[in-house]
Design a protein around this ligand. Structure first.
Ligand SMILES: NC(=O)c1ccc[n+]([C@@H]2O[C@H](COP(=O)([O-])OP(=O)(O)OC[C@H]3O[C@@H](n4cnc5c(N)ncnc54)[C@H](OP(=O)(O)O)[C@@H]3O)[C@@H](O)[C@H]2O)c1
Length: 255
């Protein structure tokens, strides 16, 4: 059944690919990010493939909490109602501990964790106002399963998001709200172009197809792709620090 979907961070990578995939499956979209020109190009690409699809675009910085709530309300008003809200916007490049990367750490937490919380909070409030079913989707990461070297603030933000979504799932129990946590492994997008080792890398289009399937099925939690990450995630929890440290960036690394 065709649904209306709100996506943050839709201008690039996973968000862009997911928008194209969901449009191909017949869903109408409200796409947000800071780069409006990139969103306009996606709207044109969707229109070229399927002129009947409705795509609205809006500039949104998820670190502006008030504007996140405004954007969600505006999307519901323009599309009639919102069925699915995807908190996808995120940044990486934590830098190493002990090198004073606090400004970057704050921005990562404000974008990847607080920005996602603001999006999810606005979505649940909207679903309650609308009545009827709604689905929130949080794009977390396998980097949230275990703190990775060189990714401290990123891993912490994603672990925080996964845990936050667990709370939302329990808190909305008995309400018609589906809470979906997606934890991708390595998907080929601009966020990880400087990362030297990207095991089990998949392209953004494949990632988007898998994510769209999981969203449509309303799963609670899934890695993307399921294999090998579903098997590797519990192993990551018990991997000795000495092995994990081998993936640490060198001290003079810019990553
Ligand atoms: N690629 C992977 O391997 C991988 C793995 C696990 C999890 N993830 C997660 O997947 C999500 C999407 O990342 P990606 O891989 O697609 O990277 P990407 O291509 O760099 O896309 C990141 C998106 O987030 C948006 N964004 C960044 N800061 C924002 C802000 N303050 N306000 C609004 N939008 C903002 C960017 O749009 P603007 O710059 O136009 O605002 C862009 O559309 C992120 O949450 C990331 O952590 C990715």
């Amino acid at each position: 059944m065709a649904k209306t979907v709100f996506i943050t961070g839709a201008s690039s990578g996973i968000g862009r690919a997911l928008a194209m995939e969901l449009a191909r499956r017949g869903h109408d979209l409200f796409l947000t990010a800071r780069r409006l020109d990139a969103l306009e190009r996606i709207r044109a690409d969707v229109a070229a493939a399927d002129p009947a699809r409705r795509v609205e675009v809006r500039r949104l910085d998820v670190t502006d909490d008030g504007d996140v709530a405004n954007a969600v309300a505006e999307a519901a008003q323009k599309l009639g109602r919102l069925d699915i809200v995807v908190a996808n916007a995120g940044i990486g490049n934590s830098g190493r501990v002990g090198e004073g990367n606090l400004e970057r750490a704050r921005l990562i937490v404000e974008t990847d964790l607080i920005g996602a919380i603001a999006t999810i909070d606005a979505a649940v409030a909207l679903f309650r106002r609308q009545g009827g079913p709604g689905q929130v989707v949080g794009v977390s990461s396998v980097a949230g399963v275990r703190g990775l070297p060189g990714s401290g603030s990123y891993s912490a933000s994603k672990a925080g998001l996964t845990t936050y979504l667990e709370s939302v799932r329990a808190e909305t129990h008995g309400e018609p709200v589906t809470v979906t946590t997606l934890a991708p492994g390595y998907i080929d997008t601009p966020i990880n172009q400087d990362v030297k080792s990207r095991p089990f890398l998949i392209d953004a289009e494949k990632g988007a197809r898998i994510m769209a399937d999981l969203i449509e099925r309303g799963v609670g939690y899934a890695t993307v792709p399921r294999l090998p990450w579903t098997v590797l995630a519990p192993l990551m929890r018990v991997l000795p620090d000495s092995l994990l440290a081998r993936g640490a960036p060198q001290r003079d690394s810019a990553a």
